[in-house]
Design a protein around this ligand. Structure first.
Ligand code: GLN
Length: 213
């Protein structure tokens, strides 16, 4: 699953030149940063993104969980919506978890052809953990932590559904974008972040040329 670039970096023991931004307006951005910084063999550098200038030179972006309403207000306040759309149009991989998935949907940033239903499993009492079998991810199911989680209510043909819980899509991929309803940044299972970093490596290896979506 690891790309050649990661292997080369490990061999030469240089610090990674890969730079991953984590949207840090609100929510659980620190847990994503911690997980990214521990990825093997060569962790990427990370940068907290709060204003459009923070997007310059990013190889990938993570949108964390939190409250999509508050995050949307922050995006509007800082004028981040169009710069985020440009980043994604340039093919830069994006990983959204929970509120991050909502931010990616048609009614928010519109980076993915999905429509999320917020708090779809119910409110506080419907926070739960369950094993999620993610298509394309080797090594068995992931432990998904669902906290007032959304599910994907609708999606277009370019979207590949990767997992379902109770018959509802909770993970999807569209080109170099990955969205999950649940939190994977809280435990020790870093496979989703490694997959994301692999997509980042693929784009860099292709010279930053966006792949058709
Ligand atoms: N319920 C939140 C929202 O609607 C998402 C919860 C989460 O990110 N854990 O934005």
């Amino acid at each position: 699953m690891l790309g050649t670039r990661a292997t080369e970096d490990a061999v030469s023991r240089r610090p990674s030149s890969v730079l991953i931004g984590v949207l840090a307006l609100q929510g659980g951005f620190e847990a994503h940063e911690r997980m990214l910084r521990k990825l093997k063999p060569t962790p990427p550098r990370t940068r907290e993104v709060r204003v459009p200038g923070d997007l310059d030179g990013l190889d990938g972006l993570v949108i964390p969980g939190g409250e999509s309403t508050t995050m949307t207000l922050g995006v509007q306040r800082e004028g981040l919506a169009d710069p985020l759309r440009e980043l994604s149009a340039a093919g830069v991989p994006v990983l959204g978890s929970c509120a991050g998935l909502i931010m990616l949907d048609r009614e928010h940033l519109g980076l993915m052809d999905i429509r999320a239903d917020r708090n779809a499993f119910g409110r506080q009492i419907r926070s739960f953990e369950t094993d999620v079998e993610l298509q394309g991810l080797q090594g068995g199911p992931m432990r998904g932590i669902f906290i007032r989680a959304p599910w994907i209510a609708e999606h277009g043909p370019a979207v590949e559904i990767l997992a379902e819980v109770e018959g509802h899509p909770v993970a999807a991929r569209q080109g170099s974008m990955l969205a999950v309803s649940f939190h994977t940044e809280l435990g020790d299972d870093d496979r989703l972040h490694r997959w994301f970093l692999h997509l980042v490596g693929e784009r860099r290896a292709a010279g930053g040329v966006p792949e058709p979506r």
